[in-house]
Design a protein around this ligand. Structure first.
Ligand code: ADP
Ligand code: ZN
Ligand code: ZN
Length: 737
């Protein structure tokens, strides 16, 4: 057995399997125990397979007597430092997640598959002492070498990739190296620089912004909610807080929602910090790019880390500030696998690191608002729009009893026409993509259903397809009813594609730009699509919530919300909150420049009290009212909530599993005011991809009351031998669907 100073060496590993425990192994046969450091990756044999595990701890004793040796050490240096491992352990406990799966989620795919980190090392060119001391005239007759030397002298070492990008010929680099004036060194890679416009000069902060900045302590842990209307200058506050951390030599982490991380956002940050390396971590990257960006963040090469949800799991050696933009956004909660909330973990990370965290939004989640109103977070406000922009005027357009044209009231179409004629831009928000959400037979009433889900198929006319938006099932469009062969089929309701047809015909003199998942395969595509809008030409933008975020379009003066009613009558208690957030965010796109903005909201229920509150008093008052209702109904965020989920092709099995789960939970903690149970009940989307879905809801007065119960429930559930039944624990669940 391997020993170190006489002690046995046993490796405690996080292995990526769905079991909530660590696994003990012996060191690989040919590895010197002195090389082993927690945080390294290591190949292990597991159930006949070879897996990439992470070394979490080195111990001297194991409760097991027969240990297998691990196969091979992958990393020379650890990828996860002590703080990062402690953070991940906390998260695994809190979310009842298998540690191995959480480490796997923290790693970019290429590293998860065992690629050595050295693969992304780079060659760096730097001047030797002799090269630095050379008199200026010495290279007078070799201008290319001279230019290269000057660059290295003024800006320090450069990577081979960067030199190529800057157009320095390899002949010049070789000549400098041959003459002993420069030398190559291997070092960690850095991500390619983000093309920025001119380096930006920061604006003078307004008084509110100054107060906000003064309120965030420079050092030590503090949590703040920044509630600020769209366009009030929140991003400017983030930039200043980043600057503070950078000035102290620390890293700044900014989390953004999946659709908020646009090239425009990145350019804005890059323009402000031209001297600093930025690592951008998002789903649009190829595996290699993502690994490079991750390693730059984890090695400390990158000073600024901007990323979507999983960026919160990236180890940062010297964190200085944690920022979460659009903190209310649903994409911060992972909806399968390890169901963590990046926004909530941001607060935990900041607390562990002893640094400030700021959650920003124009439409804060009720969770964060509750934390702010109850004093757990500092509550900061920006009430006015920055610069000269004024808040938009909002008008409701009642649609009941009106002659609508493809869902639009005549006066709304008139306003759009007037806006374009004035040379301004209009934005139409439609919460549904495709041509129509249902296809039906006029003669027998047949409806096109998804064969795998309890939902209708959406008609996509341009592609001549019917598609399920839940499982992505697709079939060719039919010309006649499969049931009665009638050729009289109707598309019910409207989507972006249908509105585009109407609007493009009606306003043929202007570009009509449709933005939804079908027209924007990538972030770059979206950027290109929006180029005419950014250039300021009169145009009509129409699309889904992709249009609601992250785009600064100062010439949009009219925003139309085609249907405000969707979320007001849902069975999901969070639906009104989400509707309010979306409407406010979309409305906030109007009048962000010098021109005043107008918002037209179509509704069949203009008298609905929540809608009235939202439109008259704004999201702040609306959210506070919802919070009172949640309090009365004893729902989150007043109580902590976890769902135990089960799904199976055979509905009885899923239900029976949850009945049994409830029995176990009630045996440990009977129903009481502290702990309450509901269910099993079918999920809102009862059948998805062929499986029936149920959940059991557990709520508690205190979060801490749930953890021990759920931990023991997971131990029991891991014994489930029915391979066709899937189960999960969803702590702080966001979706009942
Ligand atoms: P938010 O993130 O709250 O939507 P931004 O930070 O993007 O707001 O600011 C909106 C616009 O106002 C941007 O064009 C920004 O450059 C500008 N801006 C922000 N702060 C100031 C300021 N203090 N003075 C002038 N313009 C500002
Ligand atoms: Zn029919
Ligand atoms: Zn489906």
């Amino acid at each position: 057995m391997a020993t170190n100073g006489g002690q046995a060496v046993i490796l405690r590993l996080a292995v990526p399997v769905p079991l909530r425990r660590l696994f003990d192994y012996l060191p690989p046969a040919d590895t010197d125990p002195a090389q082993l450091v927690p945080g390294q990756r290591i190949w292990v044999p597991f159930g006949g397979r070879k897996l990439v595990a992470v070394l979490v701890d080195i111990v001297a004793e194991s409760p097991l007597s027969e240990l297998k040796p691990a196969l091979e050490l992958i990393d020379k240096r650890p990828l996860f430092d002590d703080r990062s491992r402690a953070f991940l352990r906390w998260a695994a406990d809190y979310y009842q997640a298998p540690a191995g799966e959480l480490y796997a989620a923290a790693l970019p795919v290429a590293l998860r598959k065992g690629r050595p980190a050295d693969h992304w090392a780079e060659q760096w060119l730097q001047l030797t002492t002799e090269g630095k001391g050379l008199p200026h005239s010495a290279l007078a007759r070799a201008p290319k070498q001279q230019a290269l030397r000057q660059l290295l002298l003024e800006h320090g070492r450069h990577s081979r990739t960067r030199l190529k990008e800057l157009g320095h010929p390899t002949t010049a680099t070789r000549a400098l190296v041959d003459r002993g004036l420069a030398e190559w060194q291997s070092g960690p890679t850095v991500p390619p620089p983000i093309p920025a416009a001119e380096p930006a000069v920061p604006p003078q902060l307004n008084e509110e912004q100054q107060q906000v900045l003064a309120a965030v302590p420079g050092e030590g842990f503090s949590a703040s909610l920044l509630e600020g209307t769209t366009g009030s200058g929140k991003t400017e506050v983030y930039l200043r807080l980043m600057q503070r951390a950078l000035d102290r030599g620390q890293q700044a982490l900014l989390l953004v929602p999946e659709i908020g991380l646009t090239p425009q956002t990145l350019r804005r940050i890059a323009a402000r910090f031209p001297e600093h390396t930025i690592a951008a971590l998002h789903s649009g990257l190829a595996d290699g790019e993502r690994a490079r960006a991750w390693l730059a963040a984890a090695s400390g090469q990158a000073d600024i880390v901007i990323g979507t949800r999983s960026a919160i799991l990236t180890p940062l050696p010297r964190p200085g500030v944690v920022l979460v933009d659009e903190e209310h956004d649903a994409s911060f909660k992972q909806q399968d696998g390890v169901r963590y909330s990046a926004r909530d973990l941001a607060v935990v990370l900041a607390r562990n690191a002893g640094v400030p965290v700021l959650l920003g939004s124009a439409t804060p989640s009720l969770e964060s608002l509750h934390n702010a109103l109850s004093g757990r977070y500092q509550h900061l406000r920006l009430r006015r729009r920055a610069g000269d922009a004024k808040p938009p005027q909002i008008h409701v357009v009642p649609t009941l009893g009106q002659q609508l044209e493809e869902g639009f009231a005549p006066q709304v179409l008139r306003h759009i026409g007037d806006t374009l004629a004035r040379g301004e831009q209009a934005l139409v928000f439609i919460n549904r993509r495709g041509f129509a959400p249902a296809l039906t037979c006029d003669d027998c009433g047949w409806l096109a259903d998804c064969p795998h889900c309890s939902s209708k198929l959406t008609l996509h006319r341009r592609q001549r397809q019917l598609r399920c938006h839940h499982c992505d099932y697709r079939r060719p469009l039919v010309d006649s009813c499969p049931q009665c062969h009638s050729r009289s089929l109707s598309a019910l309701g409207g989507g972006t594609e249908r509105s585009e047809e109407l609007l493009a015909g009606r306003f043929a003199d202007f570009p009509v730009i449709r933005v939804d998942r079908d027209t924007t395969a990538s972030k770059q595509a979206l950027d290109r699509l929006l180029a005419p809008a950014r250039a300021g030409e009169p145009c009509l933008l129409l699309g889904t919530q992709m249009l609601a975020k992250g785009h600064h379009l100062p010439r949009v003066t009219l925003v139309v919300i085609q249907d405000a009613d969707g979320g007001l009558f849902s069975a999901d208690f969070r639906a009104p909150e989400r509707t309010g957030q979306l409407l406010e965010q979309v409305a906030g796109r109007a009048g962000r420049g010098e021109l005043a903005g107008r918002v037209l909201v179509q509704s069949r229920f203009p008298e609905h009290p929540l809608l009235q509150l939202l439109l008259e008093k704004g999201y702040g008052a609306f959210a506070r009212q919802l919070l009172r209702e949640r309090t009365a109904a004893q729902l989150p965020p007043l109580r902590a909530m976890a769902l135990v989920r089960a799904e199976c092709e055979e509905p009885r099995w899923a239900e029976a599993f949850l009945e049994e789960a409830r029995g176990h939970l009630e045996a440990m903690a009977p129903s009481s005011p502290q702990i309450q149970y509901l269910g099993p009940v079918p999920a809102l989307l009862e059948r998805k991809s062929g499986r029936y879905r149920f959940y059991l809801q557990v709520t508690a007065e205190q979060r801490g009351q749930l953890q021990p119960l759920l931990a023991r429930l997971c131990q029991w559930a891991e014994g489930n031998r029915n391979r066709r039944l899937r189960w999960a624990v969803d702590m702080d669940a966001q979706e009942l669907s």
